[in-house]
Design a binder for this molecule. Structure first.
Ligand code: V47
Length: 417
């Protein structure tokens, strides 16, 4: 019964757990005590509140210069393609696409008109698009949707932009230009697992932890908030996950002490093998998901939120995880192209606000709609505002965010301009 008395004492006293504590907890079959301990940290910070948001994920292109083995999203850029061609789908190139800036405005505007507070924008490392494409995209969305929060670009994309910019730019310059154009904060993608062996085996040519942390350090120095992910359940060991989480905790400790902003959230991403070069692997089990989410809560008590991204953990497991340290389940999402289940599935992956609220309430939590920075969103029939802000935004909850919904693959709809 008292197997974890020493760890419980540390958790209750708010002391950091050691690497050995983390490994011991992972190796124990007692997932209930693990969940209970994680919930001590969760409830100290958030009580029974569980957050969701009304958001829209938009993937601007799946062309990528990398070939990460865990990724089923990337497509090779066609050899000999005319770089001056208008962005759009390119039949015969295995489903490759890139959206024009006007496609992006159209998608963001529809989401905004239907009441979304956030667009989450990421894509592959496109070999040809100039840096101005990304600043133009942010500026155009900012102009069309003044209060829509633009959360965009993983640390890996930011490094890519430093290289495609002509002349090359520093990380600080890239982030400053994007922020001036409208970027609000950064998502946590591209972290995978901070370990040389795993890096070599699963994503050899991607920039590694040094650069990933450098981007987030610079963002935090500039006052840009960001998130942090961990992709688990492929070729890494549980002990390597613990080491990854401790690196995030150490970075956060520095950012809280020295910088203007910090990580808001850890998102442990459950590996989906379908469509990747690692499709022979089984992917994490439900127990493994729960253990990893709970350990993320326990190992990183200085990072405010732990998110179960329902697209990857599934809505059912994300709901149960609200008792395993999780306080956030992401949002409505609507379209998601990076991972798809069930034999390649559709990009239309959506949960309604009603469904999100019901899932949370059924788990005996209080559903709270947040904005990207975890401020409460207050809605009336057709306006929303954020607590502490003087402006409000009108919307039409009945508006269909994207015409045609489920059978349309909007990422392949292009306009030329
Ligand atoms: O960087 C790629 C991962 C990430 C697979 O910050 C895969 O709020 C599972 O970062 N199975 C993108 N994961 C998603 C991401 C994210 C998602 C939700 C919220 C936030 C946030 C960030 O997806 C990539 C990569 O690590 N990924 N392939 C796969 N087969």
């Amino acid at each position: 019964m008292n197997r974890f008395a020493d760890i419980r004492r540390k958790v209750e006293a708010g002391e950091p757990l050691s690497y050995d504590d983390g490994v011991r907890l992972y190796e124990s079959p007692d997932i209930h005590t693990l969940g209970e301990l994680a919930n001590i940290v969760r409830e100290k910070r958030h009580g029974r509140v569980a957050y969701f948001n009304i958001n829209r994920h938009i993937n601007y292109s799946n062309y990528c210069v990398l070939r990460c083995r865990f990724c089923g999203f990337y497509r090779a850029y066609p050899k000999g393609a005319d770089e001056r061609r208008p962005p759009g789908p390119h039949p015969g190139t295995d489903g490759g696409y890139e959206l024009s800036v006007s496609d992006m405005i159209a998608q963001a505007s529809r989401a905004y008109a239907a009441g979304a507070t956030e667009v989450h924008i990421v894509g592959g490392l496109h070999p040809k698009l100039p840096f101005s494409y990304y600043t133009d995209m942010c500026a155009a969305i900012r102009q069309a949707c003044p209060h829509l929060h633009i959360k965009a670009f993983t640390a890996i994309e930011i490094i890519h932009f430093t290289r495609v910019a002509k002349p090359r730019l520093s990380i600080e310059n890239v982030l400053t230009k994007l922020r001036d154009a409208g970027l609000g904060s950064m998502p946590g993608g591209g972290a995978e697992i901070f370990d040389d062996r795993v890096h070599h085996e699963a994503f050899r040519n991607k920039v590694g932890e040094v650069e990933w942390f450098e981007v987030h350090r610079t963002a935090h120095e500039l006052g840009i908030f960001s998130n942090a992910t961990m992709l688990y359940g492929h070729v890494e060991t549980p002990a390597e996950r613990i080491a990854h989480l401790i690196k995030l905790r150490d970075h956060q400790e520095e950012s809280l002490r020295l910088r203007k902003s910090h990580f808001n959230c850890v998102i442990p991403l459950s590996f989906i093998p379908e469509g990747s070069d690692l499709s022979h692997l089984p992917g994490p089990s439900g127990i493994d998901d729960l253990k990893t989410l709970a350990l993320s809560r326990l190992m990183c008590p200085n990072i405010p939120h732990i998110k179960a991204f329902w697209i990857m953990q599934t809505p059912k497991l994300a709901q149960v995880a609200l008792d395993w340290g999780v306080d956030d389940i992401d949002g409505t999402v609507v379209y998601y192209d990076i991972t798809k289940r069930e034999g390649g599935g559709t990009t239309h992956q959506e949960l309604s606000v009603d469904k999100l609220r019901r899932m949370i309430a059924e788990a005996r939590c209080e559903p709270v709609e947040r904005d990207t920075l975890y401020r409460r969103v207050i809605r009336n029939e057709n306006t929303w505002r954020i607590v502490g802000e003087s402006w409000e935004v009108g919307y039409d909850a009945a508006a269909e965010p994207i015409p045609g919904t489920s059978d349309v693959v909007p990422l392949q709809v292009s306009s030329s301009s």
